[in-house]
Design a binder for this molecule. Structure first.
Ligand code: ADP
Ligand code: MG
Length: 205
């Protein structure tokens, strides 16, 4: 008797960190292993292409845009073994149920998404997905100011919307030191960093 164990992999990091490249790399290797892969992305993400998942380095792979998480279940084909989901942070919490169901049914799930929004607050379903994952990869971009590893996505244009679909004209990768939280206080959310005073060591002896 064969046992097929499902698994959940999450690739996270800021914009330009190579999440989509990593997703494409994993998908291609699965295809080399002759496993059927289906790639989904939220229909909201049509920055480069309606049908393709495209990286900032112009790598591309065919994908199926979906309006919501449940549509992934509806579009799943019998022969599929691997399910890849890019920009997974844009889905609502139903994605958590969908992903765990698929893993329980034996699918390998590869998710890529932003861990933090432009206020440096955990993005939508990402904290739960990261906690549930069998494997997590957190990758860095390069800070556009100083060249250090970047963990944050700096929004360059003012907006009240949480989701501003844009590219390098709207966002830049930044390290902690060069990141300025996006009008977070105005929106009633304090970025987690803002509550922490700069750390100074004090010796009391
Ligand atoms: P993500 O999906 O995480 O936004 P992509 O996989 O689409 O990232 O793109 C990663 C690529 O973006 C890199 O390989 C590099 O060619 C390019 N790039 C542009 N700006 C930066 C930056 N500031 N830091 C790192 N890579 C960058
Ligand atoms: Mg991407």
């Amino acid at each position: 008797m064969h046992h097929f164990h499902g698994s959940i992999e999450v690739v996270c990091g800021p914009m330009f960190s190579g999440k989509t490249e990593e997703l494409i790399r994993r998908v291609k290797r699965a295809q080399i292993a002759k496993q059927r892969v289906q790639i989904f992305k939220p229909a909201i993400d049509v920055r480069y292409d309606v049908e393709d998942v495209v990286s900032h380095s112009s790598q591309a792979i065919k994908s199926e845009p979906v309006e919501n998480a449940v549509e992934i279940l509806l579009k799943l084909k019998d022969s599929t073994r691997v399910v890849a989901i890019d920009e997974v942070q844009f889905f609502d919490d139903a994605i958590i149920t969908v992903v765990s169901k698929l893993a329980a049914r034996g699918y390998r799930i590869i998710c890529a998404g932003l861990d933090l929004d432009s206020r440096a607050i955990p993005f939508g379903p990402m904290p739960t997905l990261l906690a549930m994952a069998d494997e997590v990869m957190k990758i860095h971009a390069i800070c556009t100011v100083c060249g250090a590893p970047a963990t944050r996505s700096q929004r360059l244009v003012a907006s009240k919307e949480l989701v501003v679909i844009g590219e390098s004209d709207a966002y830049e990768a930044r390290c902690r030191g060069h990141f300025q939280a996006d009008d977070a206080e105005e929106q009633g959310h304090l970025p987690l960093d803002a509550e922490i005073r700069p750390f100074t060591t004090q010796f009391s002896n």
